[in-house]
Design a binder for this molecule. Sequence first.
Ligand SMILES: *[C@@H]1O[C@H](CO)[C@@H](O)[C@H](O)[C@H]1NC(C)=O
Ligand SMILES: *[C@@H]1O[C@H](CO)[C@@H](O)[C@H](O)[C@H]1NC(C)=O
Ligand SMILES: *[C@@H]1O[C@H](CO)[C@@H](O)[C@H](O)[C@H]1NC(C)=O
Ligand SMILES: *[C@@H]1O[C@H](CO)[C@@H](O)[C@H](O)[C@H]1NC(C)=O
Ligand SMILES: *[C@@H]1O[C@H](CO)[C@@H](O)[C@H](O)[C@H]1NC(C)=O
Length: 458
Amino acid sequence: MQKLLALILAIFSPISVLSLSYPVDNAGNPLPNSIETFYIDARTMWLNRDLTKSGRKDLNPALNKLYRIADAAVSDPVIYTVTAKPTDKLAPSGDPHDFYSLARYYWPGNSTNPLPYVRYDGYPNPEIFNIPDSDYLKTIIDDTFYLGLAYFWSGNESYAQFSVRKLNTWFIDPVTKMNPNLNFANWIKGYDALNSNSTTPLGTGLLDLAQVYKLIDGIQLIRKSPAYTADIHNALQTWFQQYSQWLTTSARGIFEGQSPNNQGTWYDVQVAAIYLFINQRDAAAATQRTTISRVNTQILPDGTQPFELARTLSWTYSNFNLLAMFAQGWLCQTTQVPLFTYTSPDGRSIPKALNYLMGFAVNNGTGWRNSSETNLDYDEIISLSKQAYVEYKDVKYIDFVNKMQTEPQIWNINKLWSPYGSFDAAPSSQSGSVGSRGMSGLGLLSYGWCIILLVTLM
Ligand SMILES: *[C@@H]1O[C@H](CO)[C@@H](O)[C@H](O)[C@H]1NC(C)=O
Ligand SMILES: *[C@@H]1O[C@H](CO)[C@@H](O)[C@H](O)[C@H]1NC(C)=O
Ligand SMILES: *[C@@H]1O[C@H](CO)[C@@H](O)[C@H](O)[C@H]1NC(C)=O
Ligand SMILES: *[C@@H]1O[C@H](CO)[C@@H](O)[C@H](O)[C@H]1NC(C)=O
Ligand SMILES: *[C@@H]1O[C@H](CO)[C@@H](O)[C@H](O)[C@H]1NC(C)=O
C-alpha cells in the first residue's frame, strides 16, 4: 500500500492526500458540505477536482471546454420561456404557458385534407422547427447542466446566479413559467390526444423531458450557492412534484410508460430522475426495476432489440435505447438497483445489446441488414463503449473506442466525473498515451480505482 501511495504521490505531486476525501457520513451518504448528484458520479468528480487543484493537468482541456460553454450560456441574451412563442404557434389549449411540440415523423395527410397527420417513420417534418419550445427546453436543460458543473469546478458564483435566473424564468415566475405537464408535446395534428383512447394515437412520446436528469444534476451542483435560495428550491420541488404526478397518472403519461420501445425506457429515466430529485427514493427504485424488466422484453438473447429494428432508423434507435439504459444505469448509483449487472436466465443484458451493435460498428455497418440508413453514425456507440468501460472494466470496450476514434477526445466533459484515465486520456509524460501506444487503458483505469480505494480507506 505504501509503495502504491508513494507512486501516486510521485505522479500527482504536489498533492495533499488529506484533501482526497469526499465528505460522507458513516452510512456513506453525502454530508451537507459535499455534493449529491444522481447521474454524475459525485465521488469521482470530487476526487478529480481535488487532484486537479493539486496539479493534475489532464482534465484541463475538458475544463476549458466546459467554461467556454458555460460562459456562452451566461452571455446568451435570449430569454428562454414557453411564453416566447408567437400567438399563432400556441398549443391547441391557447394557453401560452403550455409547452407545445409536434410529432417528429408526422406529415399532412394530403393537400386537400391535411388532417389527420400521417406517419412517415424516419422522415422528420421540418414544421416541427417552427415552434421554439422544444429547442428552448433543450437549451435550459443543457445550460443548467453546464452552469452547475462550471460552478462546482470554479466556485464562481456568477454561474450559479445565471442558472437560478434561467430556472426561475422557465419554471417559477408566474408570468413566464411552463405549466407542469407535457399535454401538448409531440402533438399529432388531427388527433385530440387528451380525449383519446387506445384506438387513436396519444401523441408520440414525451421525449422533450427525457434528459431531465441532466437538469436535475445541474440543480444539485448549485444547491450550496447563496443564489439558490430556499424559495427557489421549494418552487422547483413543487413544480417537479406536480409534473411527476402528471407523468404517472395522466392518460398520456401512462400510455408513454407502456411504450414497449425506447420511449418507454426514456419514460423510466425521467420518472426515476425526478423521483430522486423530490426525495422519493423507493419510487425511483421501483421505476428502475421496471427498466430491468424492459431488458427482458426489449433485448433478445442474441443482443438484438426488435422494437428498434422495426424502425426505419433502426441503427439510430438501437443506439438511442441503449443510451436510455445507460442513463438509467447511472441513476441507479443512489438506489443500488442492479440494472447494469442484470442478466436474464436466457442471457439478455445491456452488455449483450451493446456487443451486438459493436460487432457492426467495427465493420463499418456491413451486414446491418435492413436499415435505410446508409452512413451509420458512430458517436453514440463510442460514447456507450466509454461508459461501458467505466462500468464493466472490460478492456474490449476501450480497445473498441481506440479503434473507432481517430484521436482521443481529450476535451470530453464526461472525463470530469470518470475515473482517472478511463477514456480519452491526454498523452502523459509518465505513461505515453492511453491505448496501444502506452500503458493500456485498463492499467490506467485500475490505477484510478486504486486511488479511489485508498481514498475510501482513508
Ligand atoms: C465568473 O464568471 C463570469 C461569467 O462567465 C465572468 O464574467 C467572471 O469574470 C468570472 N469571475 C471570476 C473571478 O473568474
Ligand atoms: C385525402 O384524404 C382524405 C381523408 O383521409 C381521403 O378521403 C382522400 O381520398 C384523400 N385524397 C387523396 C387524393 O389522396
Ligand atoms: C375512441 O375514440 C374514437 C375517436 O375519438 C371514438 O370514435 C370512439 O368511439 C372511442 N371509443 C371509446 C370506447 O370510447
Ligand atoms: C429488420 O429486421 C428485423 C429482424 O429481422 C425485423 O424484425 C424488422 O421488422 C426489420 N425492419 C424493417 C424496417 O424491415
Ligand atoms: C463506411 O461506409 C460508408 C457508407 O457505405 C462509406 O461512405 C465510408 O467511406 C465507409 N468508411 C470507411 C472508413 O470505410
